[in-house]
Structure formats: structure tokens, C-alpha cells
Design a protein around this ligand. Sequence first.
Ligand SMILES: [Zn+2]
Ligand SMILES: [Zn+2]
Length: 760
Amino acid sequence: MPENCVARRLKVNGIVQGVGFRPFVFQLAEKFSLKGEVANTSSGVSIHIEGSPENLASFEKELSEKSPPLAYIIEISSQTEAVKNHADFAIVKSKGQAKMSTLISPDVSVCDDCRGEMLAPDDRRYHYPFINCTNCGPRYTIIDDIPYDRPKTSMRHFKMCPQCQAEYDDPTNRRFHAQPNACADCGPHVGLYDNQRNEIVPHTQAVKKAADLLKAGFILAIKGLGGYHLAADAANTDAVKQLRRRKLREEKPFAIMSYDLETIDHYARVGPVEEKLLTAIQRPIVLLKKKKPNPISEEVAPGNKYYGVMLPYTPLHYLLLAQGFDALVMTSGNLSEEPIAIDNADAFKRLFDIADYFLIHNRDIYLRSDDSIVRYAAGARRFLRRSRGFVPIPVFLRNEVPPILACGAEQKNTICLTRQDKAFLSQHIGDLENLPTYEFLKLTIAHLKRILDIEPEIIACDMHPDYLSTRYALKLQADHKIQVQHHHAHIVSCMAEHKLEGTVIGLSFDGTGYGTDGAIWGGEILVAREYDFERAGHLAYVPMPGSAAAIKEPWRMAVSYLQDAYGSDFCNLDLPALNEIDPEKLTIIGEMISKKINSPLTSSLGRLFDGVAAICGIRQRVNFEGQAAMELEMAATQDSDTIYDYAWDTGDAYRVLTEPIIRGVADDVVKGKPIGEISSRFHRTLIYLFTDMCVMIGQERELNRVVLSGGVFQNAILLTGLTRALEKKGFKVFSHQQVPTNDGGIALGQAVVAAAKIKR
Ligand SMILES: [Zn+2]
Ligand SMILES: [Zn+2]
């Protein structure tokens, strides 16, 4: 040992197990001629390192800067220790029975090294569709229990061959302790079947034949990382139409996958930020503006300005796409709104009348995980769905909380479990409106509790008595059960992301949420803290004639707003949209409203968007929630510098009147103004209106932070415009970047509200 030898103890906290972190440390120690040891501990990795101070400093620097792609470091602590005169550097077994860290890595795309090997004819894994290493491949979806070790994963059925085992045991190898390590001799393989479960070619020819079938216009069910996809050639209109018909999906856009950025460039705009999102190891679906003309069938995303596009993320995807496609439709392997199929037998049973052929494999998926969906808006990545690739990375809270289970909302359900200062939001579970999805909710909760080692003491859920997630929560045994108001949970979920304390102004805008007065809220201006809120303002109530039917048929909302603005005289307006509606129906709806029959009251901004879209003639009926609002947004041309009148009255809370806005819109439509201009003006009006309200409430309450949350903020014009306008007025503005702004992120808020209430 040199004269100036010193020693330090470094503790690395985060996702550092099962991601090649110890071999990385080993190699780093060798590089700087340092001695010592590294071991896994209950909270991460512990390193004893000794050598010259300069080399130690370089080691520490590279430790944080050059960590493996799958590692997720929360913090590194460093302390001086006594020199122990180690002879070498070693990876040692964890001492004692310390429970291993239960931070598990998400599933990520195949890395460049593995891809290179897969495409090299002399490599022993040439064209092997399950190639992986410690830097890539499946994790979360193949884990059944902890600690994360091969026998606790779906790889337990495959015994490594001597060559794979040698890689697995060698600390200097890229596959050291890579639990899914495999090769064609010892690992999983693919197979191609018809929908009667007959294998149609030897498995070595499966991928090539599958590509031929896709080119011939057939629909294939393809087993992926987090579940089955249904695939079709995106350039083949007949195939895509057929898929829509069989999947019972009329107009909702299909996601597509292309081999590389260059191919995507043929049909969509890829700027630098989009490129970064597309190529990230999580490989989400990214919303990209369409280019015209392009080779993709109009049926892929009818009437939409965007495509949802992803790059391949499994080796199998790469092998398939390399057969020459502009793009493949890769949509969830399910019927309509059911959870995606993951199990081979289940897939054959549920998908046999949708798919003509099945490209399957024999590595089981233990937990399904849909593709994540992101877009770039208002200067940041925004989640429309946070699932594969991101789950189960936690959101780090500003303080420790007790173990909580939050059961989420009804639509786009996710659940949340907390441990210390970490909130684990589950993968996308779906809309809790059918039994399979409800079963999936229960399964996800049980699975996550097990692999995260969390036994919740507090249960949080929505206030809506009829949400299946609420009913489920209220049946559970727990010391505390806390029902959280929907829009409060939205705001607090965003506060939690940004570690905000104290009181904020919260603009909580969405389609539907149960209010404390039993009405349907959704255009809420809250003065909110973690543990409670005050409703400082909201959109004035209007009836929703037919209740849920008014969501599916925006023309009903149009009638409601028009009747509110003009009384029964609205029938005399020369609105082309109204002329399309059967006059008898109009009368019935009018009567439902005035007689208050099946017409619950709502303050929802989502419904106002629907109503305005219908008045503009954009859409009278929707095929999926938010379709009319989305099309209204896409219609905006950005060339309007005027706004509609707006007004509010005062009472217990400010009541924003929709009447002047509706009159303005209807007048413009009657005058024949272009829809694009009306839409721009409508958006601009909302931005001015809510900025004014924030200024007023901010002055009254001495608040200078505004938090934006709720599904309406998927609208990029509103998100960008409001952020800018509020910042101009001196506010600090916070919006979602880690979890979705829609109900997919709400469980996080429920958990934090519950923790704050209990603490008081
Ligand atoms: Zn790899
Ligand atoms: Zn092998």
C-alpha cells in the first residue's frame, strides 16, 4: 500500500441491484487501481474503497456520472473509514440476512451491444430474439417475487447452458447476474401458430414467415414484453380496417412501430426533442405530427393530426421490422377496453377471432404492462400513459409517509403504494368497467405489495361511492380509510411531484369527478393544501341531460349550454349542428333539462369543450372519451387575437358563467366564421379567464403558486398558454412531468392527501 493510502465507505441508494452495478463498481475500481469490496445491502449497494486520494476522487466522480443505463441513483453518501489493507477488489455476498432492496428496475429496450451481437452472423446469439444483458431486457414484467433472482422470475424454467452460466458468473462480463440471460440453446424461443393453435412452420422460420403473413394483409397477435400486441401492416388499408372491425375499435388511433428514425421521417415530423423521446431506453409511444402525403393508411389515425409512434424495443421487434415495413400497427392485444392478453392460452382464447396468426414465445409474462404514451408539450415530456419502461420507478416524496395503498379512480386506473419517501405508481390498469379489468386491479395490488414488500396501514380512495376502486377499497381491512375528493387528489398529485409544501392555487380541470356536494365537478379552482382544500371558484353548473349519455353524445351538452345561455329560444338559432339533430330529440332533451330528469349538474370544463365542439359542428357523438375536445383543439389555427366575453359572479365561491362564452361561440358559428378561428378564440378566452381568476385569488389569499392538473391539461394549447400567461403575471406554475395529468396519476395524490390527513 502506498504511503498516502486512504479509505472511504460509499453507500449508493436507488435502483442499483440487478442492473450490473456491482460489476460496474468492480471495473471502475480496477481502472483506478483501488482495493476493497462491494456488496448489496437492504437499501442499495455498499462500497469499501481504498487507495490514493486522487484516484478515490476520480472513482467517486465516475461512479455517479457513468453508472449503467438501468441504474437509478437516488443518492451516494461518502464517509472516511479506516484502511483495511485489502489485497484486491472483490464483489462479496451480502452479509447476514439483510433484506434486499426492493427497488426493481423497469423493462427497457434491447441495448446497442446486444443488438449488434444479434445482427452479427458469427455471434452465438445471431438472430436470437431473446438476447439481453444487465443493461437491457425484461425485468418488472417477469418478476414474481423478491429478491430479484432467476428462480423468482419466469426464467426459472430455463436452465442456463454452460456458456451462458459462465457469462452469468463472470463479474467482468456484461451478463454477470443478468437474470434473463439466455441463448438459442438454453433459452426461450418463438413459435408461429394459426388461430386454431397449429404450429405452421419450424420455430427457426417463424419470424420470416410472420413478416410474410403481415405483408399479405393478415392480422397477427404478437407476444411482446408486457403483453400481446395485435399487428397489421400500417400501409395496408384493408388490413387496418379489418383490425378495427374485429377489435371493435372504430376511430381511436392505433399506435405504430417503425424500424428506425429514418423510416419514421417518411410519415411524421421528428424534431430533436421527439428524437430523444423515441430513442430513450423506455421506448414509449410518442405523439408525432403527421407529414402529408405519406405511405401510412388513413385508417391508422383517422381525422387525427398525430400518429402515436414507437421504435422497436425487443429483439423480436427488430427482427420482424427488419423484414421491410414502413410501419406496423402495434395495438394492445385485447378486445376493446379489456386488459391486454399476456398468457398464451388466454391469448388464443380471447384473440382467436381477431388475429389470423399468433407469433408467440415461451417466456411467461407475470405482470402485464401496456406501452407508455408521451408527448412533448410546454417545454417538457408529458405522460398520457405511464406504464412499460417507467414502472416501478417511484416518485420521491418530500418526506416519509406510512405504508399506504391508494386505489385510484375509475378511468385510466392506476394504483399507488408508498414506502418511506417513495410512492410507487402502478402500470396502467385501465377503465374499471368490466370484470377482467377489476380482476387485473386486484392482481396488480397483490403483486406490487409482494414485490415491493409493502403492507399498507392506510387505504385511500376516491369519494365516488360507485367507483369499483372505491368499493374495493372500502371492503379492505385497514386501520384508516380515507376518501379523497377527486380534484383535490389531482392537485396534490402534482404538488407531490414537485415536492410542494403549503398552500397553492390549483386549477383542476377534467371531465368528471365526484364533488363534495354530490354534483359532477371538473372546472375547479381550488385553494389547496395537502390535507384539505377550499373550492374558491368553479364553472357554473349546467345539467347533463341523460347523465353518462351526455358524455357519449356531446350534442346533448351543446343543448344544455345553449338552453342555459338563450333559454328555449336557442332553437331559433341558425346553427348547422342543431339542424342535424332530430327535432323530436331536441325537444325531449330540452324537457329533460327543464324538468330535471336524469340530468345531474356539472361544472366540468371537459364537458364545456364537448359542448363547444358540438356547437361548432365538429362532432355530435364520440367513439372515445375526450374525442370531441381533442378535435376542437386540433382544429385551432392560432390566428385569433380576440377573445369572447367572460364573466363570473360571487357567492361562497366565484362562479364562472358559461353563458357569454357560449353566446360568443354560437354567434361566430351563425356568422359562418371558420371553425379554426373559433377554436383559437375559445382557447384564448379560457387562458385569459383563468389567468384573471388566479390573479384575483392570488391577491386575496397572498398566493403565488399555481398548480395545473386534470385530464383537460392534455390539451397542449391550454397547458402552454396558461403556463405562459400565469408566469407573465409573476406566478410560479407547476404541471405534471412524472405522472399523467389525467386520472392515471391521481392515485399518487390520494396517497399523499391520506398521509397528510393522518399526520394531523
Ligand atoms: Zn443488452
Ligand atoms: Zn445458453
